[in-house]
Every structure is written in structure tokens, then in C-alpha cells.
Design a protein around this ligand. Structure first.
Ligand SMILES: [Zn+2]
Length: 367
């Protein structure tokens, strides 16, 4: 299998993940062969996002930056020896979530930066101030002596703890495209394929046909529960089918370990199961919040491999979005609606004490 060829050539040496879990694979720069690299961040939880690098003759293209400057700088430093022969000439952001573009300010402004037009528009809705406020809200709620409130505060604050958002300057990509676009990286061609709205409004894939490799962004979460902020789920499933039809052997997901088409099938199984279960509850008139609880706490859900994935509480947001589409609502969730969904996720997380990351759901786990 192609995935066996990939190896970590510049490990960060981190003994624990950002959420103090045992790392399932090494953090750092991985050589994928064929002039391709990935920056891998175990275990793929909140902000533990992967990035990619495609090199050609005298040029290279970076796929995504990270959630804050410290982590992005560590990645760029590890890539510096590669940039000596193949200077960075382009940056692609796979979508508008901060953990895929908030490090953009560290990339030289002469480097062309590109994303889909839909992602570019959404980037303006995701500014660092919102995560700073989210973390501060968490710190305030954490100290309120009511269990339900303090545990939500704990979950919010633990999510932000590994990151320094205060140094981030909003630096969205400057060039856009819609549909699909080929780009030259030195002597090779890379295809950008817009597949959103799915995870977010403007998701895109980066396909390197000569190496049968795909950088999937957050269309793929491996070993970590996917979260749908935009949808509809049909688009997400269509994107997964498109990947299955491509001539690819090695896939770098937005979160989680390097995979192949078998990983795509696991994510497809999650969405088929989740959308089917949510549809049944919707048709029976069960409110979304209750449906999400019932699904993840059911014996049937627990029979599936995806029940052991990181952050199963994301089911709350997923069911909410599925219900929203059944009701005919589309368009962006407001910031307030998102925070409310995060609050409900935090409450569901408390009911799943054996899930990961432990640090976010256990107040006795020291911060
Ligand atoms: Zn992400």
C-alpha cells in the first residue's frame, strides 16, 4: 500500500498531542515520496490539522497553514530546507476554518494565495477575535458554580488552551476560483477541485495526478468525527464519491493520519448512518437536540467503528444541520447559533466520559 511509503523526516519530538493524548503517529514533516510532503498533527482533534506541500522544479505550493502562529512557524521552519531548492510560490487554503488559514500572515506576501470564491467570502466571517471571545467566555463560565455551566466553560476553554489567537492577523487568500482549476508547480500540474458547500461553504480538494495523491482538507476527518458547518450532506457524500473515482492511492486528510480510499469509505459510512438516523428522528418529530443524544448513546451507534472516533459530540452540530436542511433552511449559521451549538456539544460531551479528547470532558483532568 502507498501509505506505507510515507515517513516522518522531521519530527517535532512532541510526546503528547495538544490535548495531552498519546500520539497515534508522529507529529512533524512527513515525506510522501514524489516530491510531496505533509505536515501531520496527531491525533486530528480541534485545531490538530494537517497541511501539505507539493514541490516541482524551482517552485512549491503549500496547502493550508495552521490555527496559530507558533504552530505555523514550526511547520515553515521544518520546511525551510525544502524551500531552498523549491521556493514557496503559492499557497492554497482548502476552506475558511481558522485551523487551515490563520497562519497565512507568516507566508511572504509575494507568494500567491488562492482559495475558492465561496471560501474567500466565508473567511471574513472567521476572524481571530471570535475565538478569543469564545475562550474568554469559557474562562468566565468555568468559574460559575453550577455544574452544567462550568462544564460548558471547561470544554470551551480547554479547546482554546493550546493556541494563541491574540497574535493572529486576519490574512485571507487573495486569489479565487470557482469549480475546478489547474495550477502549475514547477514542472507539474495540480488540480484544485471545489466540492463545497459540505464541511464549510467553499471546501476544495488538491489533486496531484502524477503522484496519485490527494490533499482532502476537511472533507476527510480520519479517526476524528467530521463536523458539518454548511452541508447539505448530499454534497459531502458526492465529494467522497468523487474521491473514490479519482486515480489516487495516498490521501492526506484535513485531520487524522494519512490514509487511502479505505478511509474515504469509513467517512462515507459515518454520513450514511448519521443522515439516515437523523432522518428517522426528524420524521417522528423528535427535536434535534434529543435526536443527537439518542443517536450517540444508542447501542446501535456503539456497534460501529466511528463510535470510537474523537469528539463524537459533534453529532449535535451534524444533526442540527441535517434538520435545518430538512426544514429547507440554507445559508450561514450566525455566530450566536454556532456558539449555541458548541454549548450543546459541550453538554453532550459530558455524557460521553470515555471519548477523546479526555481533557475537554473531564474537569478533574488538570488544565
Ligand atoms: Zn480543520
Amino acid at each position: 500500500m502507498q501509505t506505507e511509503k510515507a515517513r516522518c523526516i522531521a519530527p517535532t519530538g512532541a510526546k503528547r498531542t495538544r490535548f495531552r493524548e498519546e500520539p497515534a503517529y508522529e507529529e512533524g514533516l512527513w515525506d510522501l515520496g514524489n516530491g510531496l510532503y505533509a505536515w501531520m498533527v496527531p491525533n486530528g482533534s480541534w485545531g490538530e490539522s494537517n497541511a501539505g506541500l507539493v514541490t516541482g522544479d524551482g517552485a512549491s505550493l503549500l496547502i493550508d497553514t495552521l490555527w496559530d502562529l507558533r504552530y505555523t512557524q514550526a511547520m515553515l521552519d521544518a520546511m525551510a530546507p525544502i524551500f531552498r531548492d523549491a521556493p514557496l510560490t503559492a499557497l492554497v487554503n482548502t476552506h475558511a476554518d481558522g485551523d487551515h488559514f490563520w497562519g497565512n500572515q507568516l507566508v511572504d506576501s509575494h507568494v500567491e494565495s488562492v482559495t475558492s470564491a465561496a471560501a474567500r467570502a466565508e473567511m471574513d466571517l472567521h476572524k481571530p477575535a471570535s475565538m478569543l471571545a469564545f475562550g474568554r467566555l469559557g474562562n468566565a463560565l468555568k468559574n460559575i458554580p453550577f455544574k452544567q455551566i462550568s462544564s460548558v466553560g471547561h470544554w470551551f476553554s480547554a479547546m482554546c488552551l493550546p493556541y494563541a489567537f491574540d497574535e493572529v492577523i486576519h490574512t485571507p487568500a487573495t486569489e479565487t476560483f470557482s469549480g475546478s482549476e489547474w495550477r502549475e508547480v514547477g514542472n507539474r500540474r495540480v488540480q484544485l477541485i471545489e466540492v463545497g458547500p459540505a464541511h464549510t461553504t467553499g471546501d476544495l480538494l488538491v489533486f496531484v495526478p502524477d503522484a496519485k495523491t490527494l490533499f482532502a482538507g476537511d472533507i476527510l476527518f480520519i479517526g476524528s468525527t467530521p463536523v458539518m458547518w454548511a452541508g447539505p450532506v448530499e454534497n459531502w457524500l458526492k465529494a467522497l464519491d468523487l474521491i473514490l473515482e479519482l486515480d489516487v492511492e495516498l490521501i492526506v486528510p484535513g485531520h487524522g493520519p494519512i490514509t487511502d480510499k479505505s478511509g474515504v469509505r469509513t467517512v462515507k459510512a459515518y454520513w450514511e448512518y448519521t443522515s439516515g438516523a437523523a432522518r428517522d428522528y426528524y420524521d417522528k418529530g423528535v427535536p434535534g437536540l434529543e435526536a443527537a443524544h439518542r443517536i450517540v448513546e444508542s447501542k446501535d451507534f456503539k456497534k460501529h467503528a466511528f463510535a470510537t472516533w474523537d469528539s463524537p459530540e459533534r453529532m449535535m452540530t451534524n444533526v442540527h444541520l441535517l434538520y435545518r436542511h430538512h426544514q429547507g433552511h440554507t445559508g450561514h449559521l450566525s455566530t450566536l447559533a454556532k456558539v449555541n451549538l458548541m454549548r450543546k456539544q459541550a453538554l453532550l460531551a459530558q455524557r460521553l466520559p470515555d471519548s477523546k479528547p479526555t481533557m475537554m470532558r473531564r474537569e478533574d483532568a488538570s488544565l
